[in-house]
Design a protein around this ligand. Structure first.
Ligand code: LLP
Length: 407
């Protein structure tokens, strides 16, 4: 796998010196091209890409995604607002909340985004409040078990997401009772899904359900395309999925009697591989059986290895020709925060910069201030230029909302 020392002619090491570490760096060209490749792969159908903002919600990234011709998928009112600031119009935003307050739904209705209803009680309340005045979408739980691991599988029968497909008669009753204006049906089966078959299976659930809704404008297949994390890892074959799902979709539209739009909500596929987390080695420490490389980052900046046992490739930017040795790359947090266990890496010395790959998706967006640590700066490289798109947090940021009690 390619271990870049520079992106668009800009040296990662220079960026680490200039902006300090830990540092998130995003290759804007890669993100742009991923949007384009997805649009291209699904071009048999009128496809709309709605970027899953939760993966990486920096305003400049959102702006870039819009520039590439995608809309967005938001899961909170805050993400909706970020989208508006980044320049998306409300019509380009799909809002798919899970179990939020009705006040938040009302706020989203006022803004004018597409609302995705994910429970029967919410359909009821929506119908009582708005009748048939607001075009809306229903999130179906297709009862399909898929995804990289259980924590990121969202379409099975015990997942909290969506309304069980088994409840279709109840869904239809509720729609009829309130004359709800249903213009879209949605599924999202999970994350890290490899097989085209899973997307086709999901499609079939959507197609069957869709026959009951005469006024549809779109079917939303969700996101979940798998990217390569490990060397020799296989990723979803996007051209194959695009072709198969696109054709099945077009056939369905003929049967349905009208051309619908095909919506997708990728997060990882658009931003994962474009992101690099550059860290510095604070300490190289021997134990009896293992050598630890302790870096100036940890689960506060990238929680995926500890939360999902996710594999992130790491390479030594400062010593690319060094002899290979085995390391546990660990963070500086007071918890076991192993970033990369038992890795063969070019010899690591104190002060070496290491790069953690696939850090674009669910990296910064899941970062925290645990251990009262500050969150990193973010850099976007676009057209050979470096853009600081988020300043490194400062100590003042940690205490700005705290009120010291008069006790
Ligand atoms: N649409 C909906 C409704 C979703 O819930 C998600 C992700 C996506 C789209 C985008 O999925 P993607 O294409 O990124 O796989 N933090 C986890 C992933 C959680 C995904 C949550 N929902 C991780 O780091 O693996």
């Amino acid at each position: 796998m390619h271990n870049p020392t520079e992106i668009q002619g800009i040296r990662l090491e220079s960026l680490a010196h200039q902006f300090g570490t830990a540092l998130y760096i995003y290759d804007g060209e890669k993100i742009f091209n991923q949007v384009k490749s997805l649009q291209e792969a699904f071009s048999a159908a009128p496809v709309k890409v709605k970027y899953a903002t939760k993966a990486l919600s920096n305003l400049s990234i959102l702006k870039l995604i819009k520039k590439a011709g995608a809309g967005m998928d938001a899961v909170s009112i805050e993400e909706v607002k970020l989208g508006l600031i980044a320049g998306f119009s409300p019509e380009e935003i799909m809002y798919t909340p899970s179990g939020v307050s009705f006040e938040e739904i009302q706020e989203a209705v006022k803004i004018g985004v597409m609302i995705n209803l994910d429970s029967i009680p919410l359909m009821e309340q929506f119908g009582e409040t708005y009748g048939n005045s607001i075009p809306t979408c229903i999130r179906i739980n297709p009862h399909i078990m898929a995804g990289g691991n259980l924590k990121i599988s969202t379409g099975h029968s015990e997942s909290k997401f969506g309304i069980s497909i088994e409840f279709l008669p109840r869904i239809l009753e509720t729609v009829a009772k309130h004359q709800l204006q249903i213009v879209g049906l949605h599924i999202h089966t999970g994350s890290d899904i490899l097989d085209a078959e899973v997307f086709l299976k999901g499609g079939n659930v959507l197609f069957e359900a869709a026959k009951n809704f005469p006024n549809l404008k779109f079917l939303d297949f969700g996101g979940g395309f798998k990217v390569a994390y490990k060397p020799k890892d296989i990723a979803t074959d996007i051209p194959e999925v695009g072709k198969k799902v696109g054709e099945a979709f077009q056939n369905f539209c003929k049967e349905y009697g009208r051309q619908l739009e095909l919506w997708l909500e990728p997060g990882k596929y658009l931003v994962s591989e474009a992101g690099y987390l550059v860290v510095k080695t604070n300490v190289v420490k021997e134990s009896t059986s293992i050598t630890f490389a302790g870096v100036d980052s940890g689960l506060n900046h990238l929680i995926r290895p500890m939360m999902y046992d996710a594999y992130h490739e790491v390479y030594n930017l400062s010593n690319p020709e060094g002899p290979k040795k085995k390391y546990n790359v660990v963070g500086y947090i007071c918890e076991t925060d192993t970033i990369a266990p038992h890795r063969e890496l070019n010899e690591i010395r104190q002060g070496d910069f290491l790069v953690i790959k696939n850090a674009g998706a669910y990296g910064f967006s899941m970062a925290s201030n645990y251990n009262s640590r500050l969150r990193p700066a973010e850099i976007l490289i676009w057209k050979g230029q470096t853009h600081l798109i988020r300043a490194r947090e400062e100590f003042e940021d940690l205490i700005k909302n705290q009120i010291v009690a008069e006790i």
